[in-house]
Design a protein around this ligand. Structure first.
Ligand code: C2E
Ligand code: MG
Ligand code: MG
Length: 250
């Protein structure tokens, strides 16, 4: 009961924070490994808490899972990332934008139609510059419905990537069923402290599989030159990580 009350209290607090504009987005560059050029940015939400300071998503997103507040925050993230994308474009900076979408968000049957309406407010060509990052767990539940929503979004011009790849429990057959364009290899497989030969094998295999399936492949959490050299040898397309740049505010 105590736990439930604390949980409810935090959700109420999140609702208030939404009204008071306490959320902001940071952006982390994604780099092409062949050219070294920045080929996009990922929007990452932060909560500027009035008492606790800046909170990372790990402190609040899981608490919001499945609530109305999560959907409201998700819409705010989409609008804000699209606004930023448009503002940069007006300055001559044309950077594809990756936006994280929670499982509950993509499971909403009206997600695609709402996205379609939202996109009408932005310049022509915006959709093609947007990549929605979803987790494997998004497809757990009604797979057909999620695929339908994703197909409708794809028709609008946006692409999808599968985030944190390798950490879920879902079957590899999702790779065929979900209309995705990019695989993002979870950073746990690259962590220097346990970058053992087993992890090498896993990263090798994921890159080879992605290539075989004609998917773009991004390594997450690249922190050292050592990791970068290794990824280059594997012919991994792209990477994100503190080595190239931490998430920054606009
Ligand atoms: P993610 O989408 O896999 O994002 C990458 C996370 O790894 C980010 O953490 C980023 O700051 C961190 N990271 C990037 N490079 C490095 C590195 O070299 N080393 C280390 N140690 N970490 C690195 P962050 O911002 O705390 O976000 C955590 C997760 O929260 C994200 O993982 C994503 O699943 C979720 N998230 C963030 N923003 C949103 C959002 O707007 N909506 C939804 N639904 N989820 C979000
Ligand atoms: Mg992501
Ligand atoms: Mg990830």
């Amino acid at each position: 009961d105590k736990h439930q009350r604390a949980h409810r209290k935090l959700i109420t607090e999140i609702g208030e924070a939404l009204n008071q504009d306490e959320f902001i987005l940071h952006y982390q560059p994604r780099v092409d490994l062949a050219t070294g050029r920045t080929v996009g940015v990922e929007a990452l939400v932060r909560w500027e808490h009035s008492e606790r300071g800046e909170l990372l998503p790990g402190k609040f997103l899981h608490i919001m899972a499945g609530t109305d507040e999560e959907l409201i925050l998700g819409k705010w993230v989409l609008r804000t990332a699209l606004d930023q994308h448009t503002a940069w474009r007006a300055e001559g900076i044309n950077l594809p934008m990756s936006i994280n979408i929670s499982p509950y968000q993509i499971q909403q049957p009206d997600f695609a139609s709402e996205l379609k309406t939202l996109l009408t407010k932005y310049p022509v060509g915006t959709a093609e510059q947007i990549e929605l990052e979803i987790l494997e767990t998004s497809a757990i539940g009604d797979l057909n419905q999620v695929v339908e929503v994703m197909n409708a979004c794809t028709e609008l011009g946006v692409h999808f990537s599968l985030d944190d790849f390798g950490t879920g429990y879902s079957s590899l057959s999702y790779l065929h069923k979900l209309p995705i364009h990019t695989l993002k290899i979870d950073r746990t497989f690259l962590q220097e402290s346990n970058f053992t030969s087993n992890d090498h094998t896993i990263v090798n295999t994921i890159v080879a599989m992605a290539k075989g399936l004609h998917l773009n492949v991004v390594a997450e959490g690249v922190e050292t030159q050592n990791q970068l050299d290794y990824l280059r040898e594997l012919d991994c397309n792209q990477a994100q990580g503190f080595l190239f740049g931490k998430p920054f505010s606009s």
